[in-house]
Design a protein around this ligand. Structure first.
Ligand code: ZN
Length: 299
């Protein structure tokens, strides 16, 4: 068992309570992606005292990752990112239970990846995967901390199924995803990943207010933060119930099901009345812009 003294600076003088710290110590957080966002999220979760972390990524460490993916060391070049990430966590905080999965999730394998976890952190580098994760979180009613980067800008929000809107409410899933790549820099990525970890901290402990129905936008060049409110969209098929109508299972049941019998339906873009950045996209032009350019290997 971890010693609370390690986390005494979390607690003393207007910090969290011992009970809240113990919630962190017993929490299980799933980090989807061990790139730039994943690096910062993992470091912060490990520092604050999350008890169990699972890291999921299918890539290996490449030399051009190092400008922002700082948990990976040169000695791990060409090794799986999940192994490199696990090594970092264990060296930093040996009390944390670490699970890893070197896999790219799809509708057949995702279930084993998410099983048993309290909260998901979206550290993926492309919006196609981010929308898939949004759908999985909603289906299984697991809170999702979304983070996204486009160049020198980024955004964070926390999606709580049944309570808040979702990624598709903010900007409807596009019909296609751009492969455009835009440079990004470590401080931008670090800022967003730290904010994501802060969302996990607040969600697990109940300390402060999470970004529920709010997107926090960061413009790194201007040094400016903006918060934009959103809500469940009646047009969002994930939130208005139409998408999941055929599947009526709660989380606990769902997590023991064989996904082979209940796979996520393949994306049917033509059936989505919201597609192509419809009326919702005017909620936030910056987010719309990110999605048009969204499927970038920049994180
Ligand atoms: Zn929605």
């Amino acid at each position: 068992m971890m010693k609370l003294s390690r986390y005494s600076k979390n607690l003393e003088n207007q910090g969290i309570t011992q009970e809240q710290q113990e919630k962190l110590l017993s929490s299980k957080v799933l980090v989807m992606g061990a790139g730039g966002l994943g690096s910062g999220v993992i470091m912060n979760l490990a520092a604050m005292g999350v008890g169990q972390i699972k890291v999921v990524d299918s890539d290996v460490v490449e030399v051009d990752n190092f400008n922002r993916q700082f948990i990976h060391k040169e000695k791990n070049l060409n090794r799986a990112k999940v192994i490199s990430a696990k090594e970092w966590i264990q060296e930093f905080n040996s009390d944390i239970k670490v699970e890893i999965d070197k896999v790219r999730i799809n509708d057949l394998n995702y279930y084993n990846v998410i099983q048993g976890y309290d909260i998901i952190v979206d550290c993926f580098d492309g919006y196609e995967a981010k929308y898939m994760l949004n759908e999985i979180a909603l289906r299984h009613k697991i809170p999702l901390v979304h983070g996204g980067i486009l160049g020198t800008k980024g955004q964070v929000t926390t999606i709580v199924p049944d309570k808040t809107g979702c990624l598709n409410c903010i900007v409807a899933k596009p019909k296609s995803f751009s492969k455009t790549q835009i440079a990004t820099f470590s401080p931008i990525v670090n800022t967003i990943s730290a904010l994501q970890a802060n969302e996990v901290f607040k969600m697990v402990t109940g300390f402060g207010e999470a970004l529920l129905n709010k997107v926090l936008i960061f413009d790194g060049l201007k040094g400016q933060f903006d918060t934009i409110n959103y809500s469940k969209s009646a047009l969002c098929e994930y939130c208005n119930g139409s998408f999941f109508d055929d599947i009526n299972i709660d989380q606990s049941q769902n997590l023991t099901l064989d996904t082979g019998s209940n796979p996520i339906p393949s994306p049917n873009l033509n059936s989505n009345p919201n597609s192509n950045l419809n009326a919702n996209s005017n909620l936030n032009p910056q987010i719309g812009e990110q999605l048009k350019l969204g499927d970038t290997k920049i994180i």
